[in-house]
Write a protein that binds this ligand. Sequence first.
Ligand SMILES: Cc1ncc(COP(=O)(O)O)c(C=O)c1O
Length: 365
Amino acid sequence: MSQITPRPSLRKISSYIPGKSIESVRREFGLKEVIKLASNENPLGASPKAISVYRKASKDCFLYPEGSSPELRKALAKFHKAPQESILIGNGSDEIIRLFCEAFLDENQEALTSQYAFIRFRQQSMMMGARIIEVPMKNWKLDLEAMAGALSERTRLIFIPNPNNPTGTYNSQKELEKFIRHLPPAAILILDEAYYHYARLEKDYPDSIPLWALRLPNVAVLRTFSKAYGLAGLRVGYVVSNPEIVGWLDRIRMPFNVSLPAQRTCIAALQDARFVSKGVSLNLKEKMFLEKAFSRLGFEVVSSACNFIFAKSPIPGKELFQKLLKRGIIIRPLDEYGLPFYVRTSIGRRPDHLKLLRSLESILK
Ligand SMILES: Cc1ncc(COP(=O)(O)O)c(C=O)c1O
């Protein structure tokens, strides 16, 4: 037996289970054609303008990037009408979730979130030895009233994914305004808005950066280039918050956390609003199509404000996942969330959906 001992808090967490990759399914099942609807990636790929910048920038890959991504921060500052010091760029918003935990959580302190909230909040908070409080959901939505009741003098971070992955539900501006009235001054509210571009079609969805992140001392908003911008593989996300909070995160950020091609490509992606709205419109159309088709097949579909469908399956989620894998379709079972009958399916393009529906019909008949 080895004498190696990790920090005790590491024994309580397990590795993140990502969506299965196309390559691994090709290898495992000897399939040529594989459809991935498991990680909420953009079915349109990335903006051609952004890809062209990426190609040009790739010739500079021998250079270290500028560590704090100043040009991208400048572009985002202009985009959000925010001071540059209130923005930090991360290696995906995932890195920023981790930075928040490393900077602000310790043993005997608490992070507050919801049952079935994006699983990274729990893993990263527990890594720091902090206690994670997960307040039960109400109708698959975060119950912000109950969460306000769970705040304590030990609360340091509050994670509100809006909308949430995997449930796809969101909380309204009014609900959040009420919650924010209870926000203790020593706690930071982190609004994780990975699916912002899809959710903003909802009338009562808040424009949280001008409303709160730029006005209040302890609210942070996370956004990502992985979804509507179609750049998940580049790993870029950002936070907008009070410069004091951003400053603490910056102290512990890896020195060169975002590559130079990634920084430049995101600037181009940010400027291609047409690409984003094309993807959002396609998503809306395909979401309505899939929600109806899933319901017809006996799934209980929860209304989604995202680019994925969350639904109760007529058979255990893992069984459905395995059967679809053999047919070259990857979806996401949700056992790791304690939801063995639920699945999450990313919204893609119509031909992929037709193939998925044909397979579901034959599996469930
Ligand atoms: C709610 C939520 N937050 C954060 C992330 C992480 O995104 P990224 O690290 O790609 O920016 C995801 C990814 O799926 C997500 O669903």
